[in-house]
Design a protein around this ligand. Sequence first.
Ligand SMILES: C[S@@+](CC[C@H](N)C(=O)[O-])C[C@H]1O[C@@H](n2cnc3c(N)ncnc32)[C@H](O)[C@@H]1O
Ligand code: SF4
Length: 381
Amino acid sequence: MERTLPPLALYVHLPWCVRKCPYCDFNSHERTGELPEADYVGALLADLDAAAPLAQGRNLASVFIGGGTPSLFSPQSIGHLVEGIAARVALAPGAEITLEANPGAAEAHHFRGYREAGVNRLSIGVQSFQPARLRALGRIHDDVEARHAIEHALLCFERVNLDLMYVLPGQTPEEAEADCEIAVASGATHLSFYQLTIEPNTVFHRHRPELPDEDTAAAIEETVHERLALAGFSRYEVSAWSRPGEECRHNLNYWRFGDYLGIGAGAHAKITLPEGARREARSRVPADYLRRVAAGDAVVERRQIAAADLPFEFMMNALRLTAGFPEKLYAERTGLPLGSAEPALSTAIERGLLARERGEIRPTALGYRYLSDLTGLFLQG
Ligand SMILES: C[S@@+](CC[C@H](N)C(=O)[O-])C[C@H]1O[C@@H](n2cnc3c(N)ncnc32)[C@H](O)[C@@H]1O
Ligand code: SF4
């Protein structure tokens, strides 16, 4: 049977930040001196040259330039990058091109230039509008800079996402509500609201801050969900809320188990090839990444996804979506019949964790609440 290939996306990682935040375990490194912008963009494009044959003539439906703090790069460098990407792998008409920005004043000066460089969606890392919470998170921007950055972003971009976090050290439900009010009134078209997690290998893991107790955390979550829904945002994924039609197409492709190339330090890729689905990971340390690209191959891990792992991998992504997935998507994306997800599928339905209706499978409210237990059912062995 001829396989229909999923949409193809491209993730580009820019790994530097001004200062490492105490809660962050992303592949981000404190900038020391001038950034090697030109060398790094050159390396990204050489990396893409090496990866392009995997695209097999397919178009890019979306590009996501993430970090780290991509907005430390000049609009000229981002222009060179976007142009170089389009010259190597064609962009689909209307392709979504997102760039992650921090709200500092220096970054905001870059916004118009990014738009002119072809970026058409901006994602701003606000985290909170409360000065005390921003300090507790070790952020280098304040609430005034955040508001200015959003105002300026909306003059340059029609599509703007704000990243916010909740259940923060010292946070009250009233503060979380105030954050929601400001975010929904700001004009942003998309909100990513993440519950703060204490990750291994972070300062917060070594020096744990005092977090709201369980009851307060539950009240904060309830407040956030209520306020966002009331303001007309729909929750379409665990942490993603959008105005109608404003979902992040790049992230939707991950959750629908689509394909993506990944370039830059520590970037990951997942791609459907005639022999099966493959994952790749690139070297995480910027200097090592640059050396490896110069030597012709930045990939440090290449592996085929075993057929036995596909049911879990698909469900781990697709069940994050509140709407779940059409039954036929399972076979399209995994190359396996839906029966390969049995007996977990029937067990989840019997336990009231999944609903199967009119050719669609979606998590119930109970399944969504216990999502890791639900997806865990699909682990083999
Ligand atoms: C990779 S960061 C990059 C964005 C940008 N550098 C910034 O910090 O504004 C993307 C988002 O992940 C979220 N994030 C990072 N660490 C987190 C954690 N430990 N728990 C919850 N969300 C986290 C933050 O909201 C952050 O904006
Ligand atoms: S949260 Fe953002 S700014 Fe802070 S270290 Fe992580 S990537 Fe950098």
